[in-house]
Design a protein around this ligand. Structure first.
Ligand SMILES: [Zn+2]
Ligand SMILES: [Zn+2]
Ligand SMILES: [Zn+2]
Ligand SMILES: [Zn+2]
Ligand SMILES: [Zn+2]
Length: 295
């Protein structure tokens, strides 16, 4: 077995991160643990993916939540519980934060005003409020819970929107896009290139992807998915994420993280092409030796 335990440089760590997320507790899995993890988690992930979006009363998804999208608790979506061996029967489905001591009971999107946090009607910023249910203000006593009139691009106020967590079947039943099945952690509502634009700017609503059995056999085969080529969000490398856990300094770091994400994506592409070549070669060799055997 040729794989190295540490996975080497930042790009390899980035790839691992996209698949493993926080599930290795910050320690790198050994190659055996990594394989075991993939065997167990990827089928679950492909089947039980939860789609998270921020929905306007008009029914439009104004924001599709991705791995890096911040929650009201200031942590990223990927820091929440996003993998379920069995999808909960109760609705709404709760996606609690997994950062220790964070009181967030379920992912809750809150928009930004450009790059600035929005204000509550009590005049305090979103992050001055408790992430515990009720979202009470930590800075005043007159607030009855976070409530913002900030107007979304759809024309509706923030308070009229809701964070929706739903299954693939539930989305399909409403004619909403689900994209292709991907093995990556915390993909949330991202369903392809069009997901990266705000909902009201979206042009494409027909990205229903057929589930691919090949993913189970060879997870890396999804690396050529347009999603990866299009994905331009802030970095997902393990190191960057642990720096971001603090939350408030996140915005400042986003710009320098962006380039490492592009590196990750370039890595996926390269890795995929190499694997494809290796697979083709292996296939040929196998054929060759079978031929020789039968002769
Ligand atoms: Zn949190
Ligand atoms: Zn949260
Ligand atoms: Zn308030
Ligand atoms: Zn307040
Ligand atoms: Zn909206």
């Amino acid at each position: 077995r040729g794989a190295k335990a540490g996975g080497g440089g930042g790009a390899a760590a980035g790839l691992r991160w996209v698949i493993v997320g926080d599930d290795d507790g910050g320690k790198l899995f050994t190659p055996e643990q990594y394989e075991e993890y993939k065997r167990k988690m990827l089928p679950i992930r492909l089947q039980n993916r939860l789609y998270v979006s921020w929905r306007s009363p008009t029914g439009m998804d104004c924001k599709l939540v991705g791995p890096e999208t911040q929650c009201f608790c200031t942590h990223r979506y990927k820091q929440h519980k996003t993998d379920y061996e069995e999808i909960p029967k109760d609705r709404p489905i709760c996606v609690p934060c997994q950062v220790s001591r964070c009181p967030c009971k379920s992912y809750h999107y809150v928009p930004l005003n450009g790059t600035q946090p929005i204000r509550c009607r009590c005049k305090h910023f979103a992050d001055q409020h408790s992430a515990a249910p009720g979202f009470s203000c930590n800075s005043c006593s007159k607030c009855s819970g976070f409530h913002s009139c900030f107007t979304c691009g759809c024309g509706q106020p923030t308070y009229a929107h809701e964070t929706v967590v739903e299954t693939k079947q539930e989305r399909l039943a409403q004619g909403k896009p689900v994209g292709q099945d991907v093995p990556y952690a915390a993909m949330g509502g991202l369903t392809g290139f069009s997901s990266l634009a705000e909902g009201y700017m979206r042009l494409d609503d027909s990205r229903v992807g057929a589930p691919s059995a090949e993913f189970l056999e060879s997870p890396s085969s999804s690396m050529d998915h347009p999603f990866l080529k299009a994905f331009q969000g802030p970095s997902s490398s393990a190191q960057a994420s642990s720096q971001l856990t603090g939350g408030s300094s996140a915005a400042k770091q986003v710009s320098n993280l962006r380039s490492s994400e592009e590196d990750d994506m370039a890595y996926f592409e390269k890795q995929y092409q190499e694997r494809k070549k290796a697979k083709a070669k292996l296939h040929q060799n196998t054929k060759q030796s079978q031929k020789e055997k039968t002769q």
